[in-house]
Design a protein around this ligand. Structure first.
Ligand SMILES: [Zn+2]
Length: 312
């Protein structure tokens, strides 16, 4: 018996070494992670908000589950996401049903750790609501509302990490000033588009808050969520509107399939009406991390430039 065991150990000694090597690696990795305060966000837009508050705090790591081009309405959590959520010290999500398929998991997580829906930063009267469809979750497109969200996140972070509260407060004040300047700047740019041409036609209704804040008429093909697909009736409705109003351009979105908007273009062509593609707008996801559009401010600036260039 002993001889068989010794033979087994000798034959598998490299595997056994590998097992203990991995064990060592994981335990080292756990030690490192334990020293860092992990803040997890669902969307990259929220990750950017947290990053602007914590900035260069070396004791903190910010992780976002949804990267560029990811649609939060239909996002399904992976096993890796669940592990990351379970190990996070704090979790921020948008709420208002944006992360529709994660609702149950987030509620479960809230029983064990600090989990915050940033939609709670806003008063019910500030939210856009369509009786039949529900509350519009795309609150980040009104910069003044997003400033309230930033203050809400900052309060929660300062309470969780009192040792860094003063730094976070200073960072927050500076970032709120940057956002106010951004609000003023894009207001001026968008008002340069003649009022009758200020119509934004997009794949899904992500720009309701944007339209209300900056006086732009917004028409979405798919409603406030991408979960249900649009039908031929919706496409015809938009085609007729484009022809009637002589609209110059429609817009595609980086996180939504452009299939239905291509059908709108074909529909317009069928009636001999020429309409252009104004370009891609960042709606529910930031651009790539190493680009200007990889930040909230960069994304808003890029969208504004695209809209002004296409509609003015
Ligand atoms: Zn959306």
């Amino acid at each position: 018996m002993m001889a068989i065991l010794m033979r087994h150990l000798l034959l598998n000694k490299h595997k056994i070494f590998y097992f203990f090597f991995c064990l060592g690696l994981f335990s080292c990795s756990d030690d490192t992670d334990n020293q860092l305060f992990t803040i997890l966000t669902t969307t990259g837009i929220l990750g950017d908000a947290v990053q602007n508050i914590v900035q260069d705090d070396k004791d903190v790591v910010v992780v976002s589950l949804m990267g560029p081009g990811i649609d939060p309405h239909t996002y399904q959590t992976t096993q890796k996401d669940v592990q990351q959520l379970e190990h996070a010290d704090m979790i921020f999500y948008n709420g208002l049903d944006l992360e529709g398929k994660m609702n149950n998991l987030l509620k479960k997580m809230a029983q064990k750790r600090k989990v915050y829906a940033v939609g709670n930063a806003l008063h019910a009267t500030q939210l856009l609501c369509d009786g039949a469809i529900g509350i519009d979750p795309h609150i980040w497109f009104d910069i003044r509302l997003w400033k309230q969200v930033i203050s809400f996140i900052s309060q929660k972070l300062q309470a969780a990490r009192p040792e860094s509260a003063a730094r976070y407060q200073n960072n927050t004040v500076a970032y709120l000033e940057t956002l106010e300047q951004l609000h003023q700047s894009i207001t001026t740019q968008l008002q340069s588009i003649p009022k009758e041409q200020r119509v934004l036609i997009t794949a899904h209704d992500a720009f309701g808050y944007f339209g209300k804040a900056y006086d732009i008429e917004v028409v979405g093909l798919q409603g406030i969520s991408t979960v249900s697909e649009c039908g031929l009736k919706d496409i015809n409705r938009i085609v007729q509107l484009i022809i009637k109003r002589n609209i110059k351009a429609i817009f595609l979105e980086t996180s939504v399939s452009d299939k239905s908007m291509r059908a709108v273009l074909e529909g317009c062509a069928h009636y001999g009406h020429k309409v252009g593609v104004g370009g891609y707008l960042y709606s529910d996801a930031l651009g790539a991390p190493d680009t200007l559009e990889g930040t909230y401010c960069g994304m808003v600036r890029a969208n504004t430039t695209t809209i002004v260039n296409a509609l003015k």
